[in-house]
Design a protein around this ligand. Structure first.
Ligand code: UDP
Ligand code: MG
Length: 320
């Protein structure tokens, strides 16, 4: 069977990983004599990633480069890759060797067996702190509880997807792209393969806790109304309680008179309601902000340069 693999590699300041990464990919590709392309998306790197890619692309036309006009973030960089991919099976993979290329043949075999999505599940996380592991675990728990779609735990973006699945992903116009969620949202026949996640080969992760927190918010708001519902339930609960409290106050005053103290309870009530109102407004704000962003209908990403790309994206879109 003759097929072509497209490896999608988002790259942000990966100069120290590039060579080892390509070596490792190439040896796997050669070993199994796959027909392949490596689509590197330079996501506004500030180091030597682009010049290095340019040099390598010159001597090896398996290496294709899309240079985005600035840093758009990993999710958008991957989406750009999906738009350009020309293979029959598409595999997003990190440039830092945390997703071992040696797993690719396992993914491919499952795909040949007839699965549309084969995701790689990590059995062990190397080089990550206990706190990160714990928060990651909690995140998966919360998100599967809150959303109807099933996001497999301990699964990153490293996976194989058939042409059909990627065509489906390319049809999704949203800007807030929580890829892990979208991957499962599209459905199709899915299965998994387990591997060990290594520590980063070089450089350091660009995801700090603030980014991860926002990532979690993105995931929840993209796929769930639960926080909005939570806001209304909370409001409902508080109103009932305060109604009961009001009855108590009225009866108390009628039967025992009013000694006019009441300052502490007044203060507590004001602060409590103030807090609740701000929380609910904040939740609503999270959603409105996202609606606002989507309505602007800006392009997902802008490309500064394409290297070794035969047909440009506009031609491809016109031919669809
Ligand atoms: N990445 C990217 N744009 C960004 C941040 C990261 O394209 O704004 C790429 C990065 O080069 C790497 C992959 O996304 O190939 C995963 O990033 P990282 O290793 O920092 O994340 P982690 O493995 O800690 O989740
Ligand atoms: Mg990494």
């Amino acid at each position: 069977m003759e097929f072509k693999l497209s490896l999608i590699v988002p790259m942000y300041n990966e100069q120290d990983n590039i060579e080892t990464f390509f070596k490792s990919i190439k040896s796997t590709m050669l070993e199994h004599s796959y027909n392949y392309e490596i689509l590197c998306i330079n996501d506004g790197s500030k180091d030597n990633t682009l010049p290095l890619l340019r040099d390598l692309a010159q001597i090896d036309n398996h290496i294709k480069v899309i240079d985005l006009s600035r840093n758009f973030g990993k999710e958008i960089a991957m989406s750009a890759g999906f738009k350009y991919a020309s293979g029959d099976a598409i595999i997003p993979i990190d440039a830092d060797l945390q997703d071992p290329p040696s797993i690719i043949p396992l993914l491919v075999n499952k795909w040949i067996e007839g699965y549309d999505v084969v995701y790689a599940t990590r059995s062990k996380r190397e080089g990550e702190t206990v706190f990160k592991k714990m928060t990651a675990h909690m995140f998966y728990r919360v998100i599967t509880k809150l959303t109807r779609i099933n996001i497999p735990e301990d699964t990153g973006d490293f996976r194989l997807m058939s042409r059909q699945v990627v065509d489906a992903l390319n049809q999704l116009p949203e800007h807030h792209r929580f890829m892990k969620g979208l991957f499962s949202w599209v459905g199709f026949k899915q299965t998994s393969v387990t591997y060990q996640r290594e520590a980063r080969f070089a450089g350091k992760t660009s995801f700090n806790y603030w980014k991860l927190w926002n990532f979690a918010l993105e995931g929840i708001t993209s796929f769930s109304f639960a926080p909005l519902q939570f806001a209304s339930y909370l409001g409902f609960f508080v109103s009932i309680t305060s109604f009961v409290y009001m009855l108590y106050l009225i009866f108390n005053t009628i039967f025992y008179g009013n000694p006019v103290a009441g300052y502490p309870s007044l203060m507590v009530a004001i602060l409590f309601f103030g807090g609740i109102q701000l929380i609910t407004l904040g939740i609503i704000g999270e959603y409105i902000g996202r609606i606002y962003n989507e309505t602007k209908r800006r392009p997902l990403f802008l490309v500064r340069e394409e290297i070794n790309i035969s047909s440009s994206l506009t031609e491809k879109e016109n031919s669809l």
